[in-house]
Design a protein. Structure first.
Length: 223
């Protein structure tokens, strides 16, 4: 977290984060992940290569066999898709940034249909890529996201972030949304982001923030 006594530094870091995010997603639009959900799941579908904006790496679409022009699927269920985020392109091999998406149109943290079990799926996939003590699951606020399809980021916590995480401990990941909503109501927040991390003393820590938890607390880019 940036010290409040350094507003210029805070502004500079915000601009760097926006630039990095824009650079990675320069060719995308707010419905990009929705297109992935609708048209990129089954490479055997009719007109797959023309309808899908980011074909799977195991498809036969010409020119889409390398990052960042391909969709690398980590896991797929009947309801969710886990994949590599484009922030991993051109990064060292030990850098990890993944996403978990529902396979139905759900906008984000504000959507009443947000699925409770997305957090368990994201945690299970995340700990296969990142040590549980370092793993953070994040959904950004509506005002800090560039996509209108719900997606949970699977990323590493910054080394200094642990001491700055203030939240509520829960026993089960199915309770994340409900807990976050209660916390937001107590603070009077209409828009907020959610971060979930392992509590060293047991259970999971739920943190909410009206800014971007991804930006504040995690290593979302390899710089």
């Amino acid at each position: 977290m940036w010290p409040n006594k350094h507003p210029i530094s805070k502004l500079l870091m915000a601009l760097i984060w926006i630039w990095n995010t824009s650079a990675v997603h320069a060719e995308t639009h707010r419905d990009f992940l929705l297109n992935v959900v609708r048209h990129c799941i089954d490479p055997r579908a009719n007109n797959y290569c023309s309808l899908c904006e980011l074909p799977r790496s195991d498809s036969v679409c010409d020119g889409h066999d390398a990052c960042p022009k391909s969709l690398e699927v980590w896991q797929q269920t009947k309801r969710f898709l886990a994949l590599r985020d484009m922030n991993m392109c051109s990064c060292p091999s030990d850098f990890v940034h993944g996403l978990v998406l529902p396979l139905t149109p759900i906008t984000g943290v504000e959507d009443p249909n947000r699925p409770d079990d997305i957090w368990q799926v994201a945690w299970s996939v995340g700990i296969s890529k990142i040590d549980a003590t370092q793993l953070a699951l994040v959904v950004n606020p509506r005002n800090y996201r560039d996509q209108d399809q719900l997606h949970v980021h699977m990323v590493r916590l910054k080394s200094e972030a642990r001491s700055e995480l203030l939240g509520t401990t829960i026993s089960h990941l199915r309770d994340v949304w409900q807990t976050a909503q209660l916390m937001a109501d107590e603070k009077g927040l209409k828009d907020y982001g959610v971060l979930v991390a392992q509590n060293p003393e047991g259970g999971y820590l739920v943190v909410i923030d009206e800014e971007s938890p991804e930006h504040k607390f995690t290593l979302a880019t390899c710089q």
